[in-house]
Design a binder for this molecule. Structure first.
Ligand code: ZN
Length: 340
């Protein structure tokens, strides 16, 4: 009989937020991950209007268990919303017009064990049934050689892992059913810069919603002054098999006529390591800021961006480009991101 682990500090914090935020904050059990004698719940937390005609934003963290700061950014934003429920009239007005969905700990088993993969050794961000036909970096792009090696996709032809299947189900029911939605997936560990990646990961071909991403990016530049994000398609850095967001974009095209924009935040942790080289010798340290003031600064910066995303989604009718304007954005995006 597996014992449910609730001793992760992130799970304890979410339990507390759930109690403070009830009844407006709904909690939904998506699946339970078991490994040997241990078991972890995977929850979604839902706020705002449940109707299908409002836009939605989904916030995802902890897909890679080692990248703890990703889960913490999502939890920090959820905490700030829950605390504002008590007094912020403008938040209540906003929640009449938007659905917000949080899945802060996609991979609790990996988080507890300090591994990128889930307890089965599968890298959830390589687990979708999407194969790249282009040049993919060896191992990093996803491999089916062995669960003992990183970036393992899972056995060929197998069903998706329960964590990745739960994420996809949540996106299909809560985001793809709506006229407009954005997904934000928070990671860390790649490079010196904070990056915002949009699809595709499996191909250098542009995705259909390039004009919309470009319009959002232009607003980000004009609104979030002096931000440090490098916005680009993931394929500009490397290509990969099995990306969950590529998989969902491809199924969104088949399922709905709504606009779905998945964004991956890759916090540039090499900068933290440069400022504190001793972190190099700790596996946690390469993926997470270790000094408290640095962690607070990281959380503060990215929470401001998450709030920008929420407001942009709520107001999508004011800025989504159409007609000639859409063509202008698409041309500008092609020139910016898809010329050698
Ligand atoms: Zn990651």
């Amino acid at each position: 009989m597996a014992v449910t682990r609730t001793d992760l500090p992130e799970l304890a914090e979410l339990q507390q937020l759930h109690e403070i935020g009830a009844p407006q904050l709904e909690r939904r059990l998506l699946c339970e991950v078991t490994a040997g004698a241990q078991r972890w719940p995977v929850h979604a937390y839902l706020l705002g209007h449940p109707g299908p005609d409002v836009p939605a934003v989904g916030f995802f963290g902890g897909v890679h268990g080692l990248e703890r700061i990703g889960a913490e950014v999502v939890i920090a934003y959820l905490r700030s919303l829950v605390m504002r429920l008590r007094w912020d009239e403008t938040l209540h007005q906003l929640l009449e017009r938007i659905r917000l969905v949080f899945m802060p700990l996609v991979n609790p088993g990996g988080l507890q064990r300090g591994t990128r993969a889930n307890p089965n050794g599968v890298d959830l961000m390589r687990n979708a049934p999407v194969d790249s036909n282009e040049r993919v970096p060896y191992l990093i792009g996803g491999q089916r050689l062995s669960a003992a090696l990183p970036w393992y996709r899972g056995p060929a032809g197998a069903a998706m892992e329960c964590e990745s299947a739960a994420l996809c189900d949540l996106v299909r029911t809560e985001l793809l059913t709506r006229p407009f939605s954005i997904a934000v997936d928070c990671h860390s560990g790649f490079g010196f810069h904070d990056r915002l990646w949009f699809p595709f990961a499996h191909t250098a071909r542009p995705f259909d919603r390039l004009a919309e991403v470009h319009a959002l990016c232009e607003m980000l530049d004009q609104t979030l002054l002096h931000h440090r994000y490098v916005v680009e398609p993931q394929s500009r850095q490397y290509r990969a098999h099995g990306d969950l967001w590529d998989h969902l974009v491809l199924s969104a095209d088949a399922q709905s006529s709504g606009v779905f924009l998945p964004l991956t935040l890759e916090m540039g942790s090499w900068l933290w390591v440069k400022k504190n080289p001793r972190q190099m010798f700790s596996r946690q340290g390469i993926f997470n800021p270790m000094i408290e003031h640095r962690q607070q600064r990281v959380l503060r910066r990215h929470v401001a961006w998450l709030d920008f995303v929420t407001r942009a989604a709520a107001s999508h009718r004011r800025w989504l480009p159409e007609g000639a304007d859409r063509q202008r954005h698409r041309d500008a995006a092609l020139a910016r991101w898809y010329t050698a």
